[in-house]
Ligand binder design. Sequence first.
Ligand code: ZN
Length: 286
Amino acid sequence: MSLGSFASAGIDSKRRAAPLPRPIADMKTFSPDSSIASDVIPSPNYGERNKGRLPDMILLHYTGMPDVEGAIAQLCTAGTDVSAHYIVLEDGRIVQCVPEAKRAWHAGVASWAGEDDINSCSIGVEIVNRGHDWGYPEYPLRQIAAVIALCRGIMLRRNVPSHRVLAHSDVAPSRKKDPGEKFPWHSLANSGVGHWVQPAPIGRGEGLKSGTISDGVRDLQQALARYGYGIAISGKYDAATTEVVTAFQRHFRTTRVDGVADHSTLVTLQSLLASLPSEAAAVAAR
Ligand SMILES: [Zn+2]
C-alpha cells in the first residue's frame, strides 16, 4: 500500500513505480524538512545531537543491499541501530526517516577535520544502490538529480558549505567504500553541490606507495589532514595511508583507485586545497 494517504508531503502518485513499505503503526510520523521528500517512514533509530551541535555536513552513502525493501527495513526498524535522515530511491523519490534536528545513526566510527562525532554534525543521505558487494550498478540520472535537489535544499537551509558534502568513505576510509567511485561527484559540483576540481591527468612516473618512508609521504599526509581526512602524520606510507588515498581517489580521481599517490593524485589534492574557501583553509591549517 502507498504511503500517500498519511504522509504529509505533496505526492505525485501517478509516477509511483512501486509501493513503499508501511511504517510501523505506532511510530509517530512528522512533517518532512525537505519540500521534495514525498514520503515519511519514521525510524526509531535516532537520538539528540550532542551539545546541541547544529549540522553543517551532508554525508552521502549507498545502501549496499540487494533490494530497496531490505534497505528501508534496516534503516527504519528498532534494534538495527542504524538510520539516516533521507533515503533516495533509484526512481528519484525521496523518503525522510529521521527529522533533521535529530541525530541519525549512519556514520559509525568516523572522523573529519578533527571531529569524530560525525552523526552529531551531519545529515545522512542513503542512496539506494546495491553497492560493491552486489554488482555495483551505475546511479540512474534521475536518482542523481534528486540527490542534487535534496542537497541543495539542505545546504541552503542549514548553511552547509560545499566542501562539507562528503562520502561515507571520506570519514571512515578503513571501513567504507560508499557511495563509491561510480558516484558522479562532478555532476553534483556542476550543480553547486560539493567541492570538486577536474582531476589532473594520469601520467607516467612512480609516485608514492605503500612502504615508502620519506618527507614526501609526510607532506602527503599533512595535505590529506589539512583537507579533513583523519590520518596520522608519520612519514611512513602505512596501511592507513593507503586506505585514505584510496578514499580520496574514490571521490576525487576515480579513473584509477589503487591507493598509490601518483602524480595525478598529488596534483589533484593540491588543487583542491588551493580552491578551498579561505575560511575553510584557515581551519585546515590549524
Ligand atoms: Zn555508508
